[in-house]
Design a protein around this ligand. Structure first.
Ligand code: 13P
Ligand code: SF4
Length: 303
């Protein structure tokens, strides 16, 4: 038996022992996606976390995702596949900064992107993902909305709603560094391709795209589309599901820089070790969890 097969067998055995379910984000390494019980975007995985029949949730992704699972599942053990996997975007705002912004705009509601810590969620009125941002913003009664922490998603939502969006200046380096010139070059190389980008891209990049979509929405779009080629403006891990679901279609990246280092920290080895040692347990203080859960539940109720 090869080393890889031994590792897969070990993970399967540990899954039984822990009565675990393995959940993976679309940006994970192909071999991690393949071993997972569920693969999806942030919204799909949050929903999945409320429906699992398991004692342990093993989250292959980054910390805020495992934290969301812990917020929704106080009676289950949540393990993060790799302790050091964070999200630099989520880390761009801390609780003191958010409180200052709330003082500065006392009449505004706070909508936080799910890419944020449990403390930020607890201090927000409602949470959103890239799949439901406009719907969430439109559901809020107040006209003024502080949107944290991603300026590009917030800007994209502002083009889809009449609400006044106050943008916090955070960004995701993986998406923010994609340039319009790179998109134009990709289109020149693949003139028949549809351009699908994530709303974490800059407005000038989104303007050149055929659609701005969450990773889950990109999968649905590509499957339903009559087009046979696509230029993809999000993290390269998504190509795995795109190609599995559409073996006859072609997918191209805009640049070779579309890699989230944190998402790639999880390997089959780190996953097996996490499960074997029952380590990287993610917990959220109960007072914070209850408030954060309200923000996540409000989102799940309308999407
Ligand atoms: P999705 O919710 O679209 O999968 O995006 C998550 C993310 O981290 C984007 O960088
Ligand atoms: Fe965070 Fe960007 Fe990585 Fe998504 S791709 S986890 S937003 S750093």
């Amino acid at each position: 038996m090869s080393n890889l097969d031994q590792l897969k067998e070990k993970i399967a055995r540990l899954k039984e022992e822990l009565r675990a379910v393995i959940i993976a984000h679309n940006y994970q390494r192909p071999e991690v996606q393949d071993i997972a019980d569920f693969v999806g975007d942030s919204l799909e995985l949050s929903r999945q976390c409320t429906e699992v029949d398991a004692q342990t949730i093993v989250f292959c992704g980054v910390r805020f995702m495992a934290e969301t699972a812990a917020i929704l599942n106080p009676n289950r053990t949540v393990l993060l596949s790799e302790a050091s996997a964070g999200c630099p975007l989520a880390d761009m705002i801390n609780i003191d900064e958010l409180r200052e912004w709330k003082q500065k705009y006392p009449r505004a509601s706070v909508v936080c992107y799910i890419n944020s810590s449990a403390e930020i969620k607890a201090e927000s009125d409602i949470c959103c993902t890239s799949a439901n941002g406009t719907k969430v913003v439109d559901s809020v009664l107040s006209n003024d909305i502080i949107f944290v922490p991603d300026q590009n998603l917030g800007h994209y939502i502002s083009t889809q709603t009449k609400k006044n969006i106050i943008l916090y200046p955070g960004f995701c380096y993986v998406h923010h560094r994609l340039k319009p010139e790179q998109v134009k070059l990709a289109k020149k190389l693949h003139p028949d391709a549809q351009i699908l980008v994530h709303p974490e891209c800059q407005p000038e990049v989104i303007d050149l795209a055929d659609a701005a979509l969450s990773t889950g929405q990109m999968l649905s779009y590509a499957k339903a589309s009559s087009h046979s080629s696509f230029i993809i403006g999000t993290e390269e891990g998504l190509l795995h599901q795109l190609r599995l679901e559409n073996p006859d279609k072609s997918f191209y990246l805009i640049s070779n820089s579309q890699i989230c280092t944190d998402m790639k920290r999880t390997t089959l080895e780190t996953l097996a070790q996490t499960m074997e040692l029952r380590q990287n347990i993610v917990t959220v203080a109960e007072e914070v969890r209850l408030k954060a859960k309200q923000a996540v539940d409000r989102m799940l109720a309308i999407s």
